[in-house]
Design a protein around this ligand. Structure first.
Ligand code: HAM
Length: 423
């Protein structure tokens, strides 16, 4: 075994993997820009307090947190919403509203690694800050869905919930308020057994327990909204909100979103609408996106500002694309030059330089290999065309260009190579 292994839950990415990741990343960026969002970047590490502020001390268990050499408490970011809101309060609060930003970056969580669950992973997300309207929530969900449409991930399930409704149900059950957070976390993890235990231990009436458990398992369209509304006292605004949200999403061209009263989200900062997107092909770690509306600025010393946002687990999006056999073009090289014999090398390098100066990706045999081996290498790096530079052809100022797909060969004048390869 090699002496050094990478840390658990981290990954190395090959040039091929990076090429496909960058291709998808570019599509997501383009989509966010089309929706009027601008990219921002924040530090990879922050003061630990920033993350504890919004989620309580338990978040520490999941974080890479340590003291730096100056004795400061530092954490690798476990997500980007808190850093973005810190940035907003520090520097962006005076900008005209709404502020629409997006980001792509690595995040770190000390979790038990398995397929689709890593300790270092990547999030692509967006935050819409300062526009407290249903249209903002629609805009955010529509952006997430448009991103997935642009990358051709079709097999998805969108589940939308509302924390206002869950709170009504918890209030009705008379669970002590200080236990709401933990209760929502069990609902989020679908840990029904521990949830039942918590409710029983706190003396919640069995009938109310049953109502809660049945509501959080209910999913569907408008009919489910009406059914649940009859089971809950209050929360009328939230029910109307959900119904309107579905209508507006349909107008955006997104039908088939499901209402799911069990969406609770694992992070403590959400206040109203919450949503998740699953890729059913992924099995246990199928959630590829999570988001909702929240209010963090006030907590960080700013003025109250309603925001809404989401983040994709980028690595899970990549896994889902692979599982669903979505074809992603792999980037190869346009031309690979094979000098035949030492005497043709100087001219070969001149051709190489001209091609690169003309914006054509080109490479050359640096190993002095025989033609067959050089061709095999050219094939392995996915070259479109091979340029064979032989002594005989050079006498006539020409080279042979071979198409690697068809095997067709053409004689081309040296001065016309760049033009020939552009077509
Ligand atoms: P989150 O649900 O904690 O939300 O993370 C977003 C996505 O990151 C998840 O839906 C999942 O796809 C992916 N993810 C989470 N943990 C892992 C892991 N260990 N390995 C691989 N992927 C993972 C947030 O982080 C919020 N900041 C989203 C948000 C933005 N809400 C409002 N604005």
């Amino acid at each position: 075994m090699a002496e050094f292994q990478r840390p658990r839950g981290t990954r190395d990415f090959t040039p091929e993997a990076m090429s496909t990741r960058r291709f998808i990343e570019a599509k997501l960026r383009k989509c966010a820009e089309r929706f009027g969002f601008g990219e921002v970047m924040t530090p990879t590490f922050e003061n630990t307090e920033l993350f504890v502020e919004r989620s309580g001390e338990t978040i520490l268990d999941d974080m890479y947190a340590f003291q730096d050499k100056g004795g400061r408490d530092i954490a690798l970011r476990p997500e980007l919403t808190a850093p973005i809101m810190r940035f907003y309060v520090n520097e962006l609060a005076s900008r005209p509203k709404p502020l629409k930003v997006f980001y792509f970056g690595n995040v770190f969580r000390y979790e038990r690694p398995q397929s689709g669950r890593y300790r270092e992973f990547f999030q692509f997300g967006a935050e819409l800050i300062g526009a407290p309207s249903i249209e903002s929530d629609v805009e955010i969900i529509a952006l997430a869905l448009s991103c997935l449409k642009d990358v051709s991930l079709e097999n998805i399930e969108v589940r939308i919930g509302h924390l206002g409704i869950l709170e009504c149900i918890l209030e009705e059950s008379q669970l002590p308020k200080n236990l709401y957070g933990i209760c929502l976390r069990y609902i989020d993890k679908q840990d029904i057994k521990t949830l039942k235990l918590l409710l029983s231990e706190n003396g919640i009436d069995p009938e109310k327990q049953d109502t809660l458990l049945s509501i959080i398992s209910m999913k569907g369209g408008r009919d489910v909204i009406s059914t649940v509304q009859t089971m809950v006292e209050g929360g009328d605004d939230a029910f109307v909100y959900l119904a309107n949200l579905l209508t507006k999403l349909t107008k955006y061209g997104f039908e088939g979103c499901t209402v799911d009263f069990g969406v609770a989200r694992g992070l403590d900062y959400y206040t109203g609408m919450v949503f998740e997107i699953d890729s059913p092909s992924l099995g246990a770690e199928k959630q590829i996106c999570g988001g909702g509306s929240y209010n963090l600025a006030e907590l960080f010393g700013g003025e109250e500002v309603n925001s809404t946002g989401f983040a994709f687990g980028f690595d899970r999006v990549m896994l889902a694309l692979e599982k669903d056999s979505v074809e992603i073009p792999t980037k190869g090289i346009r031309a690979y030059i094979i000098p035949i014999g030492q005497s043709t090398r100087p001219t070969s390098f001149e051709i190489l330089r001209t091609l690169r100066e003309n914006g054509i990706s080109a490479d050359i045999d640096l190993m002095g290999r025989k033609i067959s081996k050089a061709l095999a290498y050219a094939n392995s790096i996915k070259t479109d065309k091979v340029i064979l530079v032989g002594e005989k052809e050079l006498v006539n100022d020409s080279v042979t260009i071979r198409d690697m797909d068809s095997g067709d060969q053409q004689t081309v004048n040296i001065n016309d190579i760049a033009e020939h390869l552009k077509t």
